[in-house]
Each structure stands twice: as structure tokens, then as C-alpha cells.
Ligand binder design. Structure first.
Ligand SMILES: C[S@@+](CC[C@H](N)C(=O)[O-])C[C@H]1O[C@@H](n2cnc3c(N)ncnc32)[C@H](O)[C@@H]1O
Length: 323
């Protein structure tokens, strides 16, 4: 099946990543291959791109695209990016010149009839990026929905979905268990929230105003919990700094305020010297700055891109350079 795919903030991400001829770059989120192919063209036959994705479908689809583009410098890794350092070492490398993340979900995953990422399609409740084959398995969405205590569900929906009706939604999920499909879950959510809440306006497809489905935030929260996305990001960032060569660039595109907060704090922390608590008079940590922040503020997508690609609306880019 051919999916419509437009990479978000490709121009800006490449600009900050600044891949040069002969460079070795890791694309931690292969997805539809937009970033990977562009980087591969820029680093040329003397360079290399290691392209990682936890989703087997992304890796399989990329093989055809790489063949069509006649590129021989891409190494595909069907892995979770929290194994970043191991993946780089397995490719026979110690250091790389750039690392990029374009987090979240690909269009192919969202449109896959067999996965439960979209409330618009009726599918089993499986929001996992990974597969059974991976060493780092994700939790099962169905287990979270049907086995977790109401308080745990409420916390997930509130924290990861920033959903104001998390309490009502968690109670409705528990009341309607077992829930087996996205449609059943979306209905339980719609019945739990006030009618007016289902009629909020937002900018949707191609910049047109449309209604936000009341299930949007809960689906996002369940996806984040299923894939342990925030911990994976934190782990991968810590490893990224170890495998980046001096002068190497790190660029992250995120779509969720919690992800962006992790990136922002990580960059700040690594750009600082001493990280001792303020009451410590003489430094005991010996921490040295490892990063120079290149984006003092977040970089957002251009108005033109947002018009044609609604996913770009929430995208935030941050970039830094290894000292
Ligand atoms: C937004 S898409 C990337 C799109 C890509 N930049 C492009 O140009 O097509 C995000 C991809 O990251 C993958 N992903 C998310 N979290 C991951 C993780 N922890 N490990 C590996 N892949 C992950 C998803 O499976 C998805 O395919």
C-alpha cells in the first residue's frame, strides 16, 4: 500500500543538522524515509546514514525507496532508538557527525488499518511502534486499557494527554471494559465528555477549521504510555551525547510539550558547566559543558508548511552542537 507522506520540517532539520559530504549521520526515526534519503544524498558515497526505526513496516518500506533512489550508503536498523549507542557500535563505529530525531508517529502508522493509532479507523487496540521481535518490547495498549487501575489510567491520560476530562474518561473506560477496538474506545470517550467539548474548533487538514475529536488526547496518551516514549527519548539523548563527535550536531523535532521539555532541559543541562546544587560552595561534580545550544528558542514550521501539512502545526525543532 502506498501512503501519502510528507516529512515535517525537513528543510529546517537538515539546515541545523548540516550534513556534509563524507559525514556519518544517524536518523533515529526513519519513518517514511524523507529525512534519511535527503541526508544520504548529502553525505554522498563516502558518507553513511544509519537509519533506525522500531517499526518493521518502516524498515521494509524503506528498502524499496532506497533501491529506487539508487543509494548504497544507508544502514537500516530495526531497533528501538534507546539502543542508540549499541546500534552505532554494531555498525563498527565509535563516533558519528550528526544525530536527528523526528519523534512520534508516521503517516503510514496512522493510516495502517491493522494498528490502533487512529480513532478514525476501526482496528484492534495496538498502538505499539515496535514488534515482538525487538529486544525492547513495548507494553500492550489493550492491557493498559483493560487491566490498569482507574487511577493509573487517569494519570496517563492527564499527564501524557494533558486531557482536562481525564477523570471522567478513565471512569468510562473502566465501566465499559473489556474494550477491544479503537471504535469502542472512541465511543466510550465521546460518551464521557460534555457535548460542547466534542465541538471545539481547531485547524485541521490543509489549514481548514474543523472539530477536534474528543478522543485525540486520550489516544495520544495511550500511545506514549504503550511505547514508553518519554523514557526512550531521555535514554537516547544521553547516549547521543556519548556517540557524537566534537562539532557534531544533534537536532530534535518533537510534537508534544512533554517531549519538548525533555529536550530543552537536556540541552540546558549539557550546556552548563557545574551542576552542583546551589548550596555547594565549591564544585564537586566536575561537570563540563558538552553542548552548545544552536536554537535559543524553538524553531517552528513555516506558515506555508503548516498550510499544506497540518502535522507541522505542533512541530518544534531544537538543535545543539557537541563541544
Ligand atoms: C514522525 S515519524 C518519522 C518521519 C521521518 N522523519 C520521515 O522523514 O519520514 C517517527 C518514526 O519514529 C519511529 N519511532 C518512534 N519512537 C521510536 C523509538 N523509540 N525507537 C525507534 N523508532 C521510533 C516511529 O515508528 C515512526 O516511524
Amino acid at each position: 500500500m502506498v501512503y501519502q507522506h510528507t516529512p515535517v520540517m525537513l528543510r529546517e532539520a537538515i539546515e541545523y543538522l548540516n550534513p556534509k559530504f563524507g559525514d556519518i549521520i544517524v536518523d533515529c526515526t526513519l519513518g517514511g524515509g524523507g529525512y534519511t534519503l535527503e541526508i544520504a544524498k548529502r553525505v554522498g558515497e563516502k558518507g553513511k546514514v544509519i537509519a533506525i526505526d522500531a517499526d518493521e513496516m518502516a524498515v521494509t518500506n524503506a528498502k524499496g525507496k532506497i533501491k529506487n533512489a539508487k543509494l548504497g550508503n544507508i544502514i537500516l536498523a530495526h531497533e528501538n532508538f534507546k539502543e542508540l549507542q549499541k546500534i552505532v557500535n554494531q555498525a563498527g563505529l565509535e563516533k558519528v557527525n550528526g544525530i536527528v530525531f523526528d519523534l512520534g508517529l508516521s503517516s503510514a502508522q496512522l493510516q495502517d488499518q491493522n494498528r490502533g493509532f487512529s480513532f478514525k479507523l476501526d482496528a484492534p487496540l495496538n498502538m505499539s511502534f515496535g514488534s515482538e521481535k525487538l529486544e525492547v518490547k513495548s507494553k500492550k495498549t489493550e492491557d493498559i486499557i483493560n487491566k490498569y487501575k482507574q487511577e493509573e489510567l487517569e494519570k496517563i491520560i492527564k499527564d501524557y494527554g494533558e486531557e482536562r476530562y481525564a477523570g471522567r474518561i478513565a471512569a468510562a473506560i473502566v465501566k465499559n471494559r473489556p474494550l477491544k477496538t479503537t471504535k469502542e474506545l472512541a465511543e466510550a470517550i465521546a460518551n464521557a465528555v460534555p457535548v460542547a467539548y466534542s465541538s471545539r474548533w481547531s485547524y485541521g487538514e490543509a489549514g481548514r477549521r474543523g472539530r477536534i475529536n474528543p478522543a485525540t488526547r486520550t489516544f495520544q496518551a495511550l500511545r506514549i504510555a504503550t511505547n514508553d516514549e518519554l523514557n526512550a527519548l531521555q535514554t537516547a539523548l544521553s547516549q547521543a551525547i556519548k556517540v557524537l563527535a566534537a562539532g557534531g550536531r544533534l537536532a530534535v523535532v518533537s510534537y508534544h510539550s512533554l517531549e519538548d521539555r525533555i529536550v530543552k532541559h537536556f540541552f540546558k543541562q549539557e550546556a552548563r558547566g557545574c551542576v552542583c546544587p546551589p548550596e555547594v560552595l565549591r564544585c564537586v561534580c566536575g561537570h563540563k559543558p558538552e553542548l552548545k545550544i544552536l536554537t535559543k528558542k524553538i524553531v517552528a514550521a513555516s506558515a506555508e508548511e503548516i498550510k499544506t501539512n497540518p502535522r507541522a502545526r505542533s512541530a518544534k525543532l531544537r538543535a545543539a552542537e557537541k563541544i
